[in-house]
Write a protein that binds this ligand. Structure first.
Ligand SMILES: Cc1cc2nc3c(=O)[nH]c(=O)nc-3n(C[C@H](O)[C@H](O)[C@H](O)COP(=O)(O)OP(=O)(O)OC[C@H]3O[C@@H](n4cnc5c(N)ncnc54)[C@H](O)[C@@H]3O)c2cc1C
Length: 292
């Protein structure tokens, strides 16, 4: 690994100043579980690494019944998995975190790193998209908020501008029921071959609102909008679920790679969407959940 300068700011203002000074040659590090591998493999060679782990402004999990969740970018996957607040109000996030990496990695890996790495298979991205989350970014020009669905631009590419940090993520109160399903060859420690996050708000057996989000099957995590439209205003009959699963498979844009062929991934999108919708249909009226 080429040598680099290392800074550990203790305030957000200091961190923004250091990023501005570096003028694009710096890379931020949080848990390091993506970045260190990328640096070891020569994919990234920053001249300066700015460790943000000590910034209090990027920490914390807060919930308000009216406004929902405020999740600091430095919240670890372990905290998301174990937080009683998240388990109660957003079980889909807790469940998705439990399906990621290992206990040891979850103790370091952050939700901010998961989103900012810009991977199409980021397992916190799909449930956060299904929950209509927004990201709150801070940089030399001040703060701005962006709906999460505008944040992902391509593999490894996000809407973060030079010198900007993701400070926190907001999630509105959960409307309806939500579920996260992940397909991997082993029981754990694998990046998703396919993952899906589904959220349905039902009223009197009709779907009022649908969010169908697909992971690892397009250059970015993908909202399956045609599938959402097919479900909205409809009853979740077996025929409607089957049609939605087929539409989601068609909407996905997977590629062949070492983890699976495009054909297999598309097939698995249909399988997971069908399973998820069937599970949510069975739970309509019950407590929101999230499980494989
Ligand atoms: C063995 C192993 C298993 C894994 N399994 C999974 C899995 O199952 N699912 C999954 O989705 N991922 C998995 N990962 C990937 C990784 O652990 C996650 O993406 C993790 O959440 C990254 O967080 P981090 O804090 O370590 O990010 P870092 O490596 O510190 O940073 C990642 C990127 O985000 C940027 N960044 C970080 N925080 C911010 C911020 N606040 N503002 C601006 N930029 C920022 C960094 O500059 C860097 O480019 C795995 C990794 C390993 C090594």
């Amino acid at each position: 690994m080429p040598p680099f300068h290392h800074h550990t700011p203790t305030t957000l203002t200091e961190a923004i100043g250091l990023l501005a000074q570096a003028n694009g040659s710096a890379q931020v590090i949080a848990g390091g579980t993506d970045l260190v591998l990328q640096m070891r493999n020569g994919l990234k060679a920053p001249q300066t690494v700015i460790n943000i782990k000590r910034l209090p402004e990027l920490k914390g999990i807060e919930y308000d019944e009216a406004t929902g969740l405020r999740l600091g970018a430095l919240t670890t996957l372990r905290q998301i998995h174990r937080s009683p607040l998240i388990q109660t109000h957003y079980p889909i996030l807790s469940h998705a975190a439990s399906q990621m990496a290992s206990e040891q990695i979850r103790a370091f890996a952050t939700v901010g790193g998961n989103l900012c790495n810009g991977s199409p298979s980021a397992d916190q991205a799909t449930p956060l998209l299904a929950l209509d989350a927004s990201v709150h970014l801070v940089g030399p020009q001040g703060m701005r908020a962006l709906p999460l669905h505008e944040f992902f631009l391509g593999p490894g590419q996000t809407a973060l501008r030079p010198g900007e940090l993701l400070q926190w993520i907001s999630v509105p109160p959960l409307a309806g029921q939500a579920i996260f399903l992940k397909h991997i060859p082993r029981a754990f420690m694998d990046i998703s071959v396919v993952c899906v996050a589904l959220r349905l708000a039902m009223a009197e057996d009709l779907c009022q609102e649908a969010r169908i989000v697909l992971g690892a099957v397009a250059p970015t995590p993908l909202r399956a909008r045609q599938t959402e439209a097919l479900l909205t205003g409809q009853a979740l009959t077996p025929e409607r679920i089957q049609a939605a699963a087929g539409t989601a498979a068609v909407e996905s844009r997977p590629i062949d790679d070492a983890k699976g062929s495009a054909w297999y991934r598309r097939h698995m999108v249909g399988v997971l969407v069908r399973r998820g919708l069937s599970a949510l249909g069975g739970r309509a009226g019950g407590r929101a959940g999230g499980r494989a």
